[in-house]
Write a protein that binds this ligand. Structure first.
Ligand code: B1M
Length: 238
C-alpha cells in the first residue's frame, strides 16, 4: 500500500472515530505529499461520514459519535477550503444559501459553498436554522441569481415550500432561481415543493449553477439586443 492509500484509509478511520487531531495531521501530511484536496474530500472524508450515517441508522452510533465525527471532518474542511475555493477570478454570479429552519446540519451545505466559490461564485452563507424571513431579506438585499435551500431531515424538507411561499408573498419568486438539495431530498420532492432545480451533490450543484447563470446572462443580453433593435427602428422611423 502506498503512503497515499494509507492516508486515505487512516483518514476514513479517524474521521469515523472522531479523532480530530489525527484527521488534521493526516490532511496536512496528504497535502504535503501532493495529494489532491478533492481526493481527500471525496475518497476519504465523505465516505467516512456516510459510514457514520449507516452506523447511526443501525443503532451502533448515537448523536455524540455523529457529532464528534462531524467535528473531525470540519477540522479538515478548514484546511481544504482555501485550496479548493480560492480562484481570485471576478465572480461569475451570486448565490444566497442556507440550511432551512429546524435543521442544523451544515457539512453538505458547506461543501456546496466551497465548490461554488471554487467555480467563481460569490456566495452569501446564511448558516443553519434559517427562517423564511431571513431568506427573503437576504434575497432582497443581495439580489442573487440563485437562492439555495439545504435540508437534511425529512421533517425539515417541508420548509422548501414554506420558503418559496415566503418569496412569492414578497414578490421575489420570479426574480430568483430556487435550488434545493440535501441527503433525503429527491428530484420528485423538489418539483412538488415548487423549486426550480434539485441537486444531488455539490459538484452537480455547481455545474447547474453555472448553466443557470449562463442562461440568465444570455436572456439579459437578448433583452438588451431587442431594446437596441427597438431604439434603432424608432430612430429610423423618426
Ligand atoms: Co444527523 N441525521 N441528525 N447529525 N446526520 C442524518 C442526516 C441522518 C440521515 C442519519 C441517519 O439516520 N442515517 C438522519 C436523518 C434521517 C431523516 O430525516 N431521513 C439524521 C438525524 C435523525 C439527526 C437528528 C434528528 C438526531 C437526533 O437528535 N436524534 C439530529 C437533528 C438535529 C437538527 O438538525 N435539528 C441530528 C444531528 C446531527 C449532528 C449535529 C450530530 C451532526 C451534524 C453536524 C453538522 O452538520 N455540523 C449529524 C450528522 C453528521 C449526520 C450524518 C451522519 C452526516 C451528514 C453529513 O454531513 N453528510 C447524516 C447521515 C448521512 O447523511 N449519511 C445524518 C455528508 C455530506 C457531505 O453529505 O449532507 O448529503 P450531504 O450533502 C451533500 C448533498 O446532500 C448535496 O451536496 C452535499 C455535498 O455533496 N447538498 C446540496 C446538500 N445541500 C445542498 C444544497 C443544494 C444542492 C446540493 O442547493 C442549494
Amino acid at each position: 500500500m502506498s503512503r497515499e492509500e494509507e492516508i486515505r484509509s487512516e483518514l476514513f478511520d479517524h474521521t469515523l472515530n472522531g479523532h480530530a487531531p489525527e484527521v488534521k495531521a493526516l490532511t496536512e501530511e496528504g497535502l504535503k505529499l501532493g495529494m489532491n484536496p478533492m481526493d481527500i474530500l471525496f475518497k476519504a472524508l465523505i465516505p467516512s461520514l456516510e459510514e457514520v450515517g449507516r452506523r447511526f441508522e443501525k443503532g451502533d452510533f448515537f448523536v455524540p459519535e455523529m457529532l464528534i465525527a462531524a467535528r473531525a471532518m470540519q477540522g479538515a474542511l478548514v484546511i481544504l477550503r482555501p485550496l479548493i475555493a480560492e480562484t481570485g477570478a471576478k465572480p461569475i454570479g451570486k448565490v444566497v444559501i442556507g440550511t432551512v429552519k429546524g435543521d442544523i446540519h451544515d457539512i453538505g451545505k458547506n461543501l456546496v459553498i466551497i465548490m461554488m466559490e471554487g467555480a467563481g461564485f460569490d456566495v452569501v452563507d446564511l448558516g443553519v436554522n434559517v427562517a423564511p424571513e431571513k431568506f427573503v431579506a437576504a434575497v432582497q438585499q443581495h439580489e442573487p441569481h440563485i437562492v439555495g435551500f439545504s435540508a437534511f431531515l425529512t421533517t425539515t424538507m417541508p420548509m422548501f415550500k414554506v420558503n418559496i411561499e415566503a418569496l412569492q408573498k414578497a414578490s421575489l419568486r420570479e426574480k430568483v432561481h430556487v435550488m434545493v438539495g440535501g441527503a433525503p431530498v429527491t428530484e420528485e420532492y423538489a418539483r412538488q415543493s415548487g423549486a426550480d432545480t434539485y441537486s444531488p451533490d455539490a459538484s452537480i450543484a455547481t455545474r447547474q449553477a453555472k448553466a443557470i447563470v449562463g442562461a440568465a446572462q444570455a436572456a439579459e443580453s437578448s433583452a438588451l439586443e431587442q431594446a437596441v433593435d427597438l431604439i434603432d427602428k424608432t430612430l429610423r422611423k423618426g
